[in-house]
Design a protein around this ligand. Sequence first.
Ligand SMILES: [Zn+2]
Length: 335
Amino acid sequence: MSRNRTFPALLLVLATLQCPLPANAQDLTPFAGVLDTTGLTLVPKRLASGVYALLSPNPFGDNSGFIVGDRGVLVVDSLVNAEGAHAVQKAVRTVTDKPILYLVNTNAVADHWFGNYAFPPTTTVIAHRNAATKMAKFDQLRGEIAFFAGGEAKVADVQPRPADLYLDGQLTIDLGGLEVEIHHFGVGNTREDLVVYVPAARVVWTGNFMLGNHLIPLLSGAARAPLYLDAVTQFARRLEIDTIVPGHGSLTDAATAVPLYLAYLSDLTESVRSAARDGADPTTIVDRLPLRTEFAPEAGRELYARIFQTINTLNTLQNLGTVLPAAERPEGDSN
Ligand SMILES: [Zn+2]
């Protein structure tokens, strides 16, 4: 299959935005293979009794983790293929022999659920209701993720295993001596973002909803800045959080990440609105918006930040005044 047919997801996002793009916005070379699981070893990082983060050794790689109760284990996210899923399970087995009862997919982007099929058939897979339509588009997702996963061979053997249980609202699971809550706060990075929260430890897994320190939020296809802002506001209001295990990027905490996300999303909305009111053209708007310095502290990450900023700006510009509640979103808008 040619490179053109393995259209990377972000490029697809850019292409569907019918705006002229600033120079280098389409150069996704820095993202090639960022989710590659070759040789992956994950070492459990104990955050509290029974609560472990699995942090990718690669800068943008997928983080995950697990929670151990008396009854068994709940795992957060299964990575992009069997190799990733096996690395997660191997890490679990260094801590406990208890069965993996639950696996939560924090969203339906391939790198958060393609490894599902390599978990035991007895594991109950949980995702948000809005994940179902997207998970059904397995071949499309596989084509989109290959570029990021290190090539088509890395996802060639993946078998689709969508969720067993689709959540609408909140779910509390008692693992035996330790409770885990699963929440959805509305449209964030995707329409189906779930967060996994352990109240006793004040730890939360956020998937793509909140990335690690110094990774800029990304407004993918269905994301809308004002809705994302609402969702982060609810997240911060309803959960008492110390530690955040993000889907990508380093471990962070609510005191750092939440104010940064709130400020970024409201700045973005206001700046794009006011630039559009002044009649600026899209390229000028993208060039004019300052990138908050917190998001580009290191040379290697600056490029990610600029690409994300471009996508976010064009997404916000295109959707000014057209934000619909999730339930009214057109079916095609499934990202
Ligand atoms: Zn992700």
